[in-house]
Design a protein around this ligand. Structure first.
Ligand code: HEC
Length: 154
């Protein structure tokens, strides 16, 4: 009896790891205005009473003061893992994030990461792709909101 080793070698060669983390790939993005398929649309999928909902956030004119505060927080607490361009560092790059993600989803990733990783499919997918848990950076709600304002400029 012969084992056909070449076949298994070929299948290994043919295996392409599709583990791009965040960024532009179609699967991980929500087009603007698209509705979530999960039951609790307001939080981007996670059904947790403490999560921020769309009603908690209003986006008016971009507030430059908040942008600057957000940028400072980014420099200190986020830059190690996130670029403001399209490229992944440890976590996804932030360029265009406001087009891919809902504001309340972003805020919950910043402020309530543990609840998100427990129940939100997109957050879980990000973990699978990046292989690193986004740590809770202990931001206040205001600090999170300032980072969101900064993201609006990216
Ligand atoms: C130790 C590395 C690390 C640090 C520091 C970090 N993050 Fe993350 N972040 C990640 C990883 C990894 C992911 C992807 C995990 C996931 O989606 O579950 C992520 C995902 C995110 C996402 C979702 C991005 C997307 O498009 O899916 C947001 C928003 C985010 N982080 C914000 C922040 C903010 C704001 C800070 C600073 C206050 C920060 N992160 C600090 C590692 C980090």
């Amino acid at each position: 009896m012969r084992t056909v080793q070449s076949i298994s070698i070929l299948s290994i060669l043919g295996y392409v790891a599709l583990t791009a983390c965040g960024g532009g790939e179609a699967g991980s993005s929500l087009p603007p205005g698209a509705s979530s398929t999960t039951s609790n649309e307001a939080t981007g999928g996670a059904a947790n009473a403490d999560l921020i909902t769309a009603a908690d956030i209003s986006l008016g004119e971009i507030d430059q003061g908040m942008v600057e505060q957000g940028r400072t927080t980014y420099d200190v607490k986020c830059q190690a893992c996130h670029s403001t361009g399209p490229n992944r560092v440890v976590g996804p790059g932030w360029k265009g994030i406001m087009e891919r993600r809902k504001p309340e989803w972003i805020m919950n990733m910043i402020l309530n990461i543990d609840a998100m990783l427990e129940s939100d499919p997109e957050a879980q997918k990000g973990l699978e792709e990046c292989l690193v848990r986004m740590p809770n950076q202990g931001l206040s709600k205001d600090e999170g909101r300032e980072v969101l304002e900064y993201m609006r400029t990216l």
